[in-house]
Design a protein around this ligand. Structure first.
Ligand SMILES: [Zn+2]
Length: 610
């Protein structure tokens, strides 16, 4: 492993890990029995509840420390059985710790408004008003503590078992890959995605068709899982008094239905802009439109002469780009690299994907990724560094101020990516090919956020509506999926270019802990474009405000933060429209660069783009 994990524990086999876990377990058990003996928050119990809340806060810090450590180990070496066993044992501890939340909610739920507000104003609970109000709000939509405990216990063999079944199914599923030269190979489904990003269209199509043939073999299992997961949620919502299935997702995202609707109204009014990005791709491929398997492909010709960017140069590229416009971010990344906080090298048994994790005890972060030398990987580094910087800005906040939603987390990471793109485009030392590649990946990503993700949201919403009336058949799932794709992508998606099995192949629909694992990405992406536009207009004077935005991300709603930092109203489509508009310039620049791409020195170095 490349990263230094010594600040977590001296080693996995050291006695500190076992001791830490044992004392955590006894703290949780002690808190559980104390909670069971105390009546809801009132004048006479407020002091005891305050102690409980402060101790639970420490439990969360310690949980994040151990959880992050084990997450790092299993990601870096997924074949290690001892790590796997430790992670499974930790899941049991997590489930116990989560029952503490049922108790805290009971304390808050039955408190009178006056008792609650007196409680939230106690000095020891300063700066957790937002956390407490949210927990109380959630407490209003719960069943009795006994029913909640039963639901949690049954969930292990119910909703989460369906999620695990899906993971096992997709993990073991193989498909027949028939290469353009006739060579055949059986491949695990995990390799399909990179084949569908291959510069050769015939390879992409073969992976797409072979993969879907495999999904067709297990369509009934996937349909049973997606129906059971949604069905469980709908039943629990009804029992908990949740009016609409989106309310849970909105609560998790810390935003309002009005903001969400305003965002989608703006997106659906502006679909022509992201469609133009795909039109350009079709034009470059000399086809009438794109097919589903073209969405992740680089522009033709771009992958051919792309040189491998070695790891030292990747770090330097990110640092230089960051330091150019945001010195504090640049020096932060420098220290992340110097302190060996990144596990980057490609190795056998590493988990796919990238993430940033951290400990609320040490207030340090770690970045996990697999660096293969492409511009996309450099971008991943900037993305994860944006997440790590978010935690760094939050480091002096109490633990209860760290529970920020995915919407705001993704704003911080995308902000990092935008600074990278701008830095590359403004750097005269960067060649035309790299600039084109940076613009291609930035605009391709915008097309994902403005069409692919909204498509997933629209599908999931329509599916939940139909699921309220009973199970949805395989044929209907396919139909709903292709219809939604056609509606969002329009004529830029070739006739027959849809992916009818996307509901089965996309893991995000089967994540049981988070519902609607889609729109927060687009929300964060557009919000960060709004922040970035403000940064460009106001210059470095805006950066302290940006840092305040990050610092308060766990202490206010998205609407409150946008109003305070940007003076914007997220509930109005105007904000979202102007955020989408900021893409026009990079799209036009890509069009121009593509026209001149045969002239290697034809790109000026002083223009600045987002
Ligand atoms: Zn992210």
């Amino acid at each position: 492993m490349n990263w230094d994990l010594m600040s977590y524990f001296s080693g996995f086999d050291s006695p500190d890990v076992a001791q830490f876990k044992a004392s955590l377990e006894s703290e949780i058990a002690g808190l559980q029995s104390r909670c069971a003996q105390i009546t809801p928050i009132g004048a006479d119990t407020a002091g005891s509840w305050e102690e409980i809340f402060l101790e639970v806060e420490v439990v969360w810090q310690r949980m994040s420390h151990l959880g992050s450590y084990l997450g790092c180990l299993t990601a870096a070496d997924s074949a290690n059985e001892a790590y796997k066993a430790a992670e499974a044992a930790f899941a049991t501890v997590s489930a116990e710790a989560e029952t503490l939340e049922v108790d805290l909610k009971r304390g808050l739920r039955e408190a009178s408004d006056a008792d609650f507000s007196a409680f939230a104003q106690r000095p020891a609970l300063a700066e957790c008003g937002h956390y407490l109000s949210r927990l109380r709000e959630e407490a209003q939509r719960t069943m009795s503590p006994e029913e909640e405990r039963l639901a949690a216990a049954l969930g292990v063999d119910g909703i989460s078992a369906w999620g695990r079944l899906y993971s096992t199914l997709s993990g073991k599923l193989e498909f027949d890959m028939v290469y353009p030269d006739g060579r055949r190979e059986k491949l695990p489904m995990s390799q399909r995605r990179s084949l569908m990003a291959n510069p050769d269209r015939a390879v992409r199509r073969a992976a797409f068709e072979g993969g879907n043939a495999a999904w067709a073999q297990v369509e009934d299992v996937a349909a049973a899982a997606i129906n059971a997961i949604a069905g469980t949620r709908l039943t629990l919502n009804e029992r908990r008094g949740v009016d609409h299935f989106l309310d849970v997702a909105l609560f998790q995202a810390s935003t309002t239905r009005r903001s969400l609707d305003a965002m989608f109204e703006a997106i659906f009014d502006s679909l022509e802009l992201p469609r133009r990005i795909l039109r350009l791709k079709a034009q470059a491929m000399k086809t009438t439109g794109v097919s589903w398997y073209d969405l992740e492909a680089p522009l033709p010709g771009l992958g051919d002469n792309e040189e491998v960017i070695d790891w030292p140069r990747a770090q330097e590229t990110v640092q230089t780009a960051f330091s150019r416009s945001y010195p504090r971010l640049g020096s932060f990344v420098q220290s992340v690299c110097d302190r060996n906080w990144i596990d980057w090298e490609p190795r056998a048994n590493k988990r796919p994907g990238a993430f940033c994790t951290g400990s609320l005890l040490t207030r340090e972060s770690r970045i996990f990724m697999t660096y293969n030398g492409t511009m996309g990987d450099v971008r991943t580094l900037a993305h994860e560094a944006g997440h790590a910087f978010h935690s760094y800005i939050l480091k002096d906040m109490r633990a209860y101020g760290h529970f920020y939603p995915m919407t705001l987390a993704e704003s911080a990471s995308t902000f990092g990516e935008m600074i990278l793109t701008e830095g590359i485009l403004a750097d005269s030392a960067v060649g035309a090919a790299d600039k084109l590649s940076a613009l291609d990946s930035a605009t391709a990503q915008a097309a994902v956020f403005l069409m692919d993700i909204p498509m997933r949201y629209e599908f999931e919403k329509a599916f939940h509506e139909e699921r309220s009336d009973g199970e949805v058949e395989v044929s209907r799932l396919e139909e709903l999926m292709t219809q939604t794709q056609r509606r969002i992508f329009g004529d830029v998606l070739d006739e027959g270019g849809e992916d009818p099995y996307f509901w089965a192949s996309k893991l995000h629909f089967y994540i049981t802990g988070v519902t609607f694992y889609n729109f927060p990405y687009t929300f964060g992406f557009l919000l960060s474009r709004g922040l970035f536009a403000e940064f460009k207009e106001r210059g470095s004077g805006f950066l302290p405000h940006y840092e305040e935005f990050l610092r308060l991300s766990g202490s206010a709603t998205s609407e409150q933060l946008a109003r305070r930092i940007l003076g914007c109203d997220l509930e109005s489509p105007e904000f979202w429209k102007s955020a989408i508009e900021t893409l026009r310039q990079p799209v036009e620049r890509l069009e121009t660069l593509l026209l001149h791409r045969l002239e290697p020195d034809g790109v000026g170095g002083d223009e600045v783009e987002g």
